[in-house]
Design a protein around this ligand. Structure first.
Ligand code: LLP
Length: 419
C-alpha cells in the first residue's frame, strides 16, 4: 500500500497535488512519500516481530537520498552499504557505525580503511583475499574487525538474471564447498572477529522458496561450523523481497517472509541482520514526467514521448522492467501507446503497446514504483542533467536533491590548453 492516490480526480502524493510539484520544481522529478516509507518500515519490522535479536539495515543502494535515509534512521533502521560513498551517506543521515554493515565484492583498501576508521558494526567478507587484507589493516590499527563471511549457496533466485546473485556462476560470496576452509583460515587472524555468515541470493524475489532453500543451507553451515569448534553469533540474511510492479504480481508479504524466517532460524541462537531495499523504498516513490508530444506510430500505436528518459529511470531499458504508467489528471479515456523518452536510442522505451490513460502534449504522468533503484541509477547520458528528488510529508514537501543541470556537469569538464 502506498500514499499516491487520486483526490478530486488528480493524483496526489499524500496531500500534495503532483501538479503542484511539477509546476514548482519542474519535470522530470522523483517524488517520495514519507508516510509510505514509514509504513513499509513498520510493516517489515512487524513481520519480523518473532525474531528477537536483529538489525534491519536498509540497503542504501536502493535509495541513497539523505532525507530518505533520515526517515529510515528514525524508524530504527541501520544501513547496508556497498561503497565508501554509501557509508558516508549512512553516517551523514545519523545512522550509528554499529548499525552499518559493509557488503560488496570489491571493497578497496581505502574503503576497508574507512570502515575500520569509522568503527562500523560488520564487514561482510566476500573472499579469502578480502578477509586477509581486512585482518591485516585492522591488526595494524590494533583493532579487530567484526565480520561475517558471505557465502554463495548456489540457489536460483528465479528473478531477472542481472539481479540474481546466489548462483555458483555469480561473482558474489564464497562457494559452500570452500567455506569451511576459508572460515578456518580467516578465523585464526588477529585482526578479525569472524563471527558468522551472510547470504543474499538476489533481488525482486516473488517466491519464498529460493530464500528458504538458501537459509536452510545457511542453517546447516552454522551447525557444521559450530561442530568444527567455531563460535557463530551472527547471521546476515540479506534482502531481496520483491514488490508488486503490476497488477497480478503478488510477492510474499513481510509477514509471510517473517514467519518463514522465524521458523527456519528458531534454533540458530544468533543475532540476525536483514538488508531490505526495494520492499521499503520501491512503492514509496514515483517518477513524475510531462508529455512532450504524442507522435503517430509507423505500423503500431502512437508514441507518447515524455520528458523522462532512460537516464532518469534505467530499469525498463536495463531489465525490461515494468513500471505502471498513469496520468496525473485521468479523464477516464484510455489509449494504447508506446511510452518513450527523448534519448537517441530505441532502448529508451518505457513500455510497448501499453494500455494507459489517454494523454496529450503537456499532460503530466507518473511511472510508479520508482522509489527503489530509480534516481540512484540515473546518468547524464545525452547531456541531460541529473533528475531532482522531492519528499512529501502530509501537505508539505521539500526538494531533497537539487536538479543538477547539464551546464553544471559541463562546468566540471576541462579542455587542456594543448587543444
Ligand atoms: N543486500 C545485498 C548484498 C544486495 O546486493 C542487495 C541488492 C540488497 C541487499 C537489497 O536487495 P533488495 O531488498 O532491494 O532486493 N538495480 C536492480 C537491483 C539490484 C539489486 C542489487 N543488490 C533493479 O533495479 O532491479
Amino acid at each position: 500500500m502506498d500514499h499516491f492516490a487520486l483526490k478530486d480526480g488528480a493524483l496526489h502524493a499524500e496531500d500534495v497535488a503532483l501538479s503542484r510539484i511539477a509546476e514548482e520544481v519542474g519535470t522530470p522529478v522523483y517524488v517520495y512519500s514519507r508516510a509510505t516509507l514509514e509504513r513499509h518500515a513498520r510493516v517489515f519490522r512487524e513481520g519480523l516481530a518473532d525474531v528477537p535479536n536483529k538489525l534491519i539495515a536498509f540497503a542504501v543502494k536502493s535509495n541513497p537520498n539523505l532525507a530518505v535515509l533520515k526517515v529510515l534512521q528514525s524508524q530504527g533502521f541501520g544501513a547496508d552499504v556497498v561503497s565508501g560513498g554509501e557509508l558516508n551517506r549512512a553516517l551523514a543521515a545519523g545512522m550509528t557505525p554499529d548499525m552499518i554493515v559493509f557488503s560488496g565484492v570489491g571493497k578497496t583498501r581505502a574503503e576497508l580503511e574507512l570502515g575500520l576508521g569509522k568503527g562500523i558494526g560488520q564487514f561482510n567478507i566476500e573472499s579469502r583475499e578480502e578477509g586477509r587484507e581486512l585482518a591485516e589493516l585492522a591488526a595494524a590499527r590494533g583493532k579487530q574487525a567484526q565480520a561475517c563471511l558471505r557465502i554463495n549457496p548456489d540457489v536460483d533466485a528465479k528473478t531477472h538474471e542481472k539481479i540474481s546473485t546466489g548462483k555458483a556462476e555469480n561473482k558474489f560470496g564464497i562457494p559452500l564447498v570452500h567455506t569451511r576452509e576459508v572460515f578456518d583460515e580467516l578465523s585464526q587472524l588477529d585482526g578479525l572477529n569472524l563471527r558468522g555468515v551472510a547470504v543474499h541470493i538476489g533481488s525482486q524475489l516473488l517466491d519464498l522458496e529460493p530464500l528458504e532453500t538458501a537459509f536452510a543451507k545457511v542453517g546447516q553451515l552454522v551447525a557444521d561450523l559450530r561442530a568444527a569448534g567455531h563460535t557463530i553469533t551472527h547471521v546476515d540474511l540479506g534482502g531481496g523481497l520483491g514488490v508488486p510492479y503490476k497488477d497480478g504480481e503478488v510477492p510474499p508479504s513481510p509477514a509471510e517472509y517473517g514467519a518463514m524466517v522465524a521458523h527456519i532460524t528458531k534454533d540458530w541462537g544468533v543475532h540476525l541482520t536483514f538488508e531490505p531495499g526495494r520492499v521499503i523504498a520501491g512503492n514509496a516513490g514515483i517518477l513524475l514526467t510531462k508529455v512532450v508530444r504524442v507522435k503517430r506510430g509507423g505500423n503500431g500505436p502512437p508514441f507518447v514521448i515524455v520528458d523522462a528518459a532512460m537516464n532518469d529511470l534505467a530499469r525498463p531499458a536495463l531489465y525490461g522492467a515494468w513500471h505502471d504508467f498513469d496520468a496525473v489528471q485521468p479523464t477516464g479515456e484510455r489509449m494504447t501507446a508506446n511510452i518513450v523518452g527523448p534519448i537517441c536510442e530505441t532502448g529508451d522505451t518505457f513500455a510497448r503497446d501499453r494500455e494507459c490513460d489517454a494523454l496529450a502534449a503537456g499532460d503530466l504522468a507518473v511511472f510508479r514504483t520508482a522509489g527503489a533503484y530509480g534516481a540512484t541509477m540515473a546518468s547524464s547520458y545525452n547531456s541531460r542533467g541529473f533528475v531532482a528528488e522531492t519528499l512529501v510529508d502530509g501537505n508539505r514537501y521539500a526538494v531533497v536533491a537539487d536538479r543538477i543541470a547539464a551546464a553544471a556537469i559541463m562546468d566540471a569538464e576541462r579542455v587542456p590548453d594543448w587543444l
